[in-house]
Write a protein that binds this ligand. Sequence first.
Ligand code: SAH
Length: 390
Amino acid sequence: MFTSDAEATDEWGPPMNAAQPPPLLYDLEREELAEFLSDEPKYRVDQLWEGLYRDALLPAEISNLPKRLREELTDALPTGCELARESVADDGDTVKFLWSLADQATVETVLMHYPGSSASAARSTVCVSSQAGCAMACSFCATGQAGFERHLSVGEIVEQVLRAQRRSGDRRVSNVVFMGMGEPMANFDATWMATKRLHEAVGIGARHITISTVGLIPGIRKLTEAELPVSLAVSLHAADDDLRNELVPLNRKYPLDQLMDACGEYFGRTGRRLTFEWALISGVNDRYEDADRLADRCRPTSAHVNLIPLNPTPSYGVPGSSRNRVHAFANRLRHRGVNVTIRDTRGSDIDAACGQLSTAHSLGRAGGKSPSGDTTSDRTRSVQITERRQ
Ligand code: SAH
C-alpha cells in the first residue's frame, strides 16, 4: 500500500534492504508460507498460521502438524530473537526482555500487566522496539545516545510480541506500543507490516496498537491515510522551537508549526485521539510557562498528554522532575482543559525504559546497577527482581 518514502527512511538510516539478515520464520507473509508448504494439503497453511500467530506456538509445538513437517519448518525457518537477559519487577507485573538478534544486535521489549478496575478492564501491554539503536539522537534518551545500528525486520518486530505472549501465558496481550528502541516512522514499512500482522493474525485491536514518533511528518501523513485505525503518539517534550531543537534534533527539520499542522490534519481526517508525550526534565521543560505553551498546542486537536518524569540516562546530566513538580505541571494543564495522564514509571528499577538495559548490557554492567549508580536492590527493596540468563 505504501511506496517507500525516501524522506521517511533513507535519510534517517540506511535503505530498508541494506544488510538485512536472511528471512526469519516471522518475516514471511501468509502467501510465502503457503509457497513453502506447496507440497502439503492446503489446510496445513491455516494450521501453521493459527499455531504461529493465534496460539503463539513454535512450529515444533504445533501438534496438529505432522512431526516431519514440524522438523522441516524448524530447520528451514529460524526465529530471530534469542533471550540474552530477562528481568522481572513490580511483583511480576513488569517483565523486560533483552534479545540478541542473529547478527548480535540487541534490542529490548517490555511486557506490562495492569490490573482491571471498576473503570477499565485488565490489560497486558507489550512495548516493542522497531530498530536496533536510533538515529534521532534525542539528547535525554539512552537509545539516542548509543546511535543507530539497523532497522528491525517485520519478523523481528512481530516476534517480540509473540515471545512476550508466550511469557504472559493465560493473560492475553491486549495492547502493543511502539515505544521501545528506535523510531518506528523511520522504519515505516516494517512497522506497518508488523502492525497489520498483529492486528489480523494475532488479533490485537487496531486502536490498541500505538505508534509513537518523535515527529517524522511523512510517517504521520501515512498514518493519516492508513485504513487501520491505529493510535498515534507524538513525543513532544517542548512546545517552543528553541527548546525542542535542543532536546529533539529532528525538530530542526520538522519544526513545531509544521508538526502541529500534520497532527491537525491527522486529527481532522481521522477523528482519532492523539497523544503528546512529555518527559518532564527538572528546570528544563517543567515550568508553568511550559505547561501553558503545551496547553495551547493541545487545543486544536484536543490532544491527550502523557507525562513521565525523565528516567536518568548515562550522558544527560539533568534529573527528572520531582513528584510534586509532575503533579503541579499536570494540574496546570488540567486547569487549562487538557486531558492528562501521569504514566507510571513501570520497571524503572530494572531499567525498563528507553534503551537503558541494552545500554547497561553493552557497557558490561548489566548486573543491576542503574545509570544513577544505585544498585537496584538498594533503591527498591520492596520490588522483586529476578534475572535469568540463557
Ligand atoms: N522514537 C519514538 C519511540 C521510542 S521512545 C519516539 O520518540 O516517540 C518512546 C518514548 O520514551 C518517547 O516519548 C521518548 O521521548 C521517551 N523517552 C526516551 N528517553 C526517555 C527518558 N530517559 N525518560 C523518559 N522518557 C524517555
